[in-house]
Design a protein around this ligand. Structure first.
Ligand SMILES: Cc1cc2nc3c(=O)[nH]c(=O)nc-3n(C[C@H](O)[C@H](O)[C@H](O)COP(=O)(O)OP(=O)(O)OC[C@H]3O[C@@H](n4cnc5c(N)ncnc54)[C@H](O)[C@@H]3O)c2cc1C
Length: 434
């Protein structure tokens, strides 16, 4: 009989590392399996790290984690083809430690996190793919790996294998990926001197800026773009629903869409001269609340992207990934301490924890958002043009009185959507954000 563990964690991304760390720290015997050459090697680079989720498991992470810049300013831009209307929130409160959010480079960050997991006592095996779960009837008792067809056993297996979770699909825990429930995102890292980044984004030292972008750049597809400042590089990317890419009559590829974003007159000056060294594409679960599968059963639990835990509005995928990883681990630790079996009844405490946390509360709050957006391309085409047009009308000084300008703006909204459309869209937005 092969060696048996208290828990096996499949995957060494944010969710798997948080679960494995929490379990190992509590003294459980943990095996973590990662298919990449090292943790982070398979992960898309350049991201925002939300301090709170990590702080709850490693309170002093700031001492040695590879962090790029702390975010002091959040911008949201609505683009048409040659202009944008935006909001900027910048606060000196975000410039005082402990900082709330950071940019990170995932390859470095995952490696660091994994070193903490191993220090805590977990055994990590890399370059090994978990091919399928070993089942005893309905009960999961371990994992079958590609290396020499080896089987490893545990009281509980935590699936932290990311959005494409083949393990969960093979075991029938959730269905095949639906193109309407995932986004395909592409991103690049563009290197440039630190001083140039500081000048262009009006920051100093290790301060950072995040820009979220939406509008005509996605050609009516449901999607957003983003631009993050790292120490000596920028991360720029764009993602749209996979189903929309397939249905887009323009047949624009994700890479062409990113090139289009980079050429936008409001974006191009910020990234000019950046040297592209890394390019990556990855799926993001976007189905939201209604697409979350059963996340526990006899001897198994699902955490992170594998369970589709991504909040359609604020994204924060790694935040939810780390939180679900922690909650799953705490459930196991509690059950172990009480001498309970890792069956569905015991592990249902994980779902109760999720329901009680911001994870399910936020997913529930925005439960209608995916459906509303999928049926409303006007939010990505017509409205950005109307809003930027309205700004242009108001801010252009041309001898026309303001009352007339207001009438022109109302007229443009009415002409584009009619009263019925405007009221319907307002109701849709209320439903999406209620
Ligand atoms: C372009 C893009 C930008 C993003 N930006 C942000 C951001 O700024 N902030 C944020 O919070 N989130 C962001 N996200 C989302 C975030 O990356 C994910 O939510 C997060 O990585 C999920 O963590 P995870 O551990 O569940 O999965 P992953 O990070 O995908 O980790 C899964 C791990 O499992 C391994 N694995 C998979 N299958 C197997 C197997 N069969 N056997 C062994 N190992 C396996 C993989 O190699 C991988 O290391 C972004 C995502 C994308 C695609």
């Amino acid at each position: 009989m092969a060696e048996k563990f208290d828990a096996i964690v499949v995957g060494a991304g944010p969710s798997g590392n948080t679960a494995a760390y929490t379990l190992a720290k509590a003294g459980l015997k943990v095996l973590q399996i990662e298919r990449g050459e090292y943790p982070g090697s398979k992960n898309v680079q350049g991201a925002i790290l939300y301090a709170d989720a990590l702080e709850r498991v490693i309170p002093d992470f700031r001492d040695d984690a590879p962090l790029e810049r702390h975010i002091i300013e959040q911008r949201v831009w609505v683009l048409d083809d040659n202009s944008f209307v935006g909001t900027h929130y910048r606060s000196d409160d975000y410039n005082k430690p402990p900082y709330n959010r950071y940019t990170i480079i995932r390859a470095q960050f995952d490696k660091w996190f994994s070193s903490k997991v191993r220090e805590a006592g977990a055994l990590l095996i890399c370059e090994t793919t978990a091919e399928e779960l070993v089942m005893d009837g309905k009960r999961c008792i371990g994992v079958r790996c590609d290396r020499k067809g080896g089987e490893v056993y545990a009281d509980v297996v935590i699936l932290a294998d990311g959005v494409n979770s083949t393990l969960a699909r093979k075991a029938g825990f959730h269905a095949e990926i639906d193109a309407g429930n995932v986004a395909l995102a592409v991103k690049e890292i563009l290197f440039m001197p630190e001083e140039v980044i500081q000048q262009r984004f009006n920051i100093k030292g290790e301060e950072g800026v995040v820009i979220e972008l939406m509008g005509t750049v996605t050609e009516g597809m449901v999607g957003t773009g983003f631009l993050y400042t790292n120490k000596d590089s920028l991360t720029i990317g764009v993602g749209c629903m996979l189903g929309d890419f397939k249905a887009n009559p323009l047949r624009t590829t994700p890479y062409a869409l990113l090139e289009k974003l980079k050429k936008h007159p409001s974006v191009a000056p910020l990234i000019e001269g950046g040297e592209m060294k890394e390019y990556a594409a990855h799926l993001i679960p976007e189905g939201g609340f209604h697409a979350i599968p059963q996340v526990f059963g006899d001897g198994w639990m699902i955490v992170g992207d594998s369970g589709g835990f991504v909040n359609a509005v604020h994204r924060e995928g790694s935040n939810l990934a780390m939180t679900t990883g922690r909650l799953a681990a705490e459930t196991v630790i509690e059950a172990k301490a009480a001498g309970q079996e890792m069956n569905a009844r015991t592990l249902s405490a994980y779902k109760a924890r999720l329901d009680d946390s911001f994870v399910m509360k936020d997913l529930h709050k925005y439960r209608d958002m995916p459906q509303v957006l999928h049926t409303s391309p006007q939010f990505f085409t017509t409205y950005p043009k109307l809003v930027t047009g309205a700004a242009k009308t108001m801010f252009t000084v041309d001898g026309v009185d303001k009352k007339t300008k207001e009438r022109q703006i109302f007229g443009s909204f009415k002409a584009a959507r009619r009263w019925r459309g405007l009221v319907g869209d307002a109701v849709k937005l209320w439903r999406a954000f209620r």
